[in-house]
Design a protein around this ligand. Structure first.
Ligand code: 13P
Ligand code: SF4
Length: 358
């Protein structure tokens, strides 16, 4: 894992502490797994609850979401699904900002998470007071924040975006002549800036998982697999993005895997995505993009330590006891809802436009 270098030392320390504290969900035997799945299914029914899972969580949870009418999705679709489903409880298997987004958009629903301590280095590296000071220094700029931020940071922003909609939003703002202040992921910001031509200044945050992908090692792997296509999430460093055949959100990468004619795919994102990617592209050989130098004990260790905290056992505990409930100050929630809803409305309009042009 690589801690972002240019953020404040207090943020660096916070990320390191939370990395040290992150605990893998408890390992299960097959018998325990079967029993827990049955109990969770009953608890979902009893609580009028639905499971909303990210592609990076354990495949047991992804499978359960599929089997129970929930969803496995990227962060944009998780937000959309939670808002349109009529369940009164959403159980969000992912990281904290995903649960908070669900609560902000659905203040009347109960939002539970298997693990409230499931953090994100982007969120931890962009505290609200420092972000606010950054905004105050640039009052002429439109503040666009990635969804991987706290409710307080969203409350100070003009727009929230996910990786699935960041580029069209930046293009839209550039077309209006607006100058952008972007936070917190510098790699995604850099990619969006170069693709959109928007005038953007960037917060120096990064994702501990994606920042660790290495272009030099990727060259070596590509030389060994010359027919492989390279799929890259835009939270990865610029030299890795530069080698990509496809750059996109988690959903976009799964779609690219399905449509690709290449026999092998090298994937630069969290390996939790392989569960859905294998369903979408069963004949393809999937290779993890390397994150370490030659001679390291693993070729790639690309798995988010906080996503890995979600397990069947803590999912059941949350449903049975109501633990892991997301609570947001109503005033913060109301203010954060404005830029989030702006994204949701824009995403809907953009989807209709893309469909219309297809
Ligand atoms: P997506 O919006 O592509 O799901 O990404 C969220 C995330 O945290 C990636 O690391
Ligand atoms: Fe955050 Fe990175 Fe984990 Fe995604 S993979 S939740 S960006 S730390």
């Amino acid at each position: 894992m690589s801690i972002p270098a240019d953020i404040s030392s207090a943020s660096e320390q916070r990320i390191q502490t939370r990395l040290d504290e992150a605990k893998l969900a408890t390992a299960l035997t097959d018998v325990e797994r079967v029993q827990l799945v049955e109990e969770i299914k009953q608890a979902l029914n009893a609580n009028n609850a639905i499971l909303v899972a990210h592609y990076y969580v354990d495949s047991d949870i992804q499978k359960l979401a599929e089997e129970t009418g929930g969803i496995v999705a990227d962060s944009l679709e998780m937000a959309r699904f939670g808002a349109r489903h009529d369940a009164t409880t959403l159980i969000v298997a992912g990281v904290r900002f995903m649960g908070e987004t669900a609560k902000i958009l659905n203040p009347e629903k109960r939002v539970l998470m298997p693990e409230l301590d499931a953090a994100c280095s982007l969120d931890l590296g962009c505290p609200a007071d420092e972000f606010s000071a950054f905004c105050d220094q640039h009052p002429d700029r439109t503040a666009v924040v990635y969804a991987n931020t706290s409710a307080e940071v969203k409350a100070r922003a003009d727009w929230v975006v996910t990786s699935g909609i960041a580029l069209p939003v930046a293009q839209h703002l550039a077309s209006l002549g607006e100058k952008v202040l972007w936070a917190p992921d510098k790699h995604l910001g850099n990619y969006v800036r170069s693709e959109s031509g928007a005038d953007m200044i960037l917060w120096p945050g990064s994702c501990v998982v994606h920042d660790a992908f290495r272009a030099d090692e990727l060259q070596v792997l590509k030389a060994q697999h010359p027919d492989a296509e390279i799929l890259v999430h835009p939270e990865s460093p610029e030299p890795v993005v530069a080698m990509a055949d496809v750059v996109g959100s988690t959903t976009a990468l799964i779609k690219a895997a399905q449509e690709s004619v290449a026999p092998e795919l090298i994937v630069a994102t969290d390996r939790g995505i392989f569960y859905k990617m294998k369903q979408a592209a069963p004949d393809k050989i999937l290779l993890e993009a390397p994150t370490r130098g030659l001679g390291a004990t693993c070729e790639s260790c690309s798995h988010c330590p906080w996503m890995a905290m979600n397990g069947l056992r803590n999912t059941l505990t949350a449903l049975n006891t109501g633990s892991g409930e997301i609570e947001i100050n109503p005033d913060t929630g109301e203010r954060a809802r404005v830029p989030l809803q702006r994204m949701m409305d824009f995403a809907e309009m953009h989807r209709l436009q893309v469909k219309g042009n297809a």
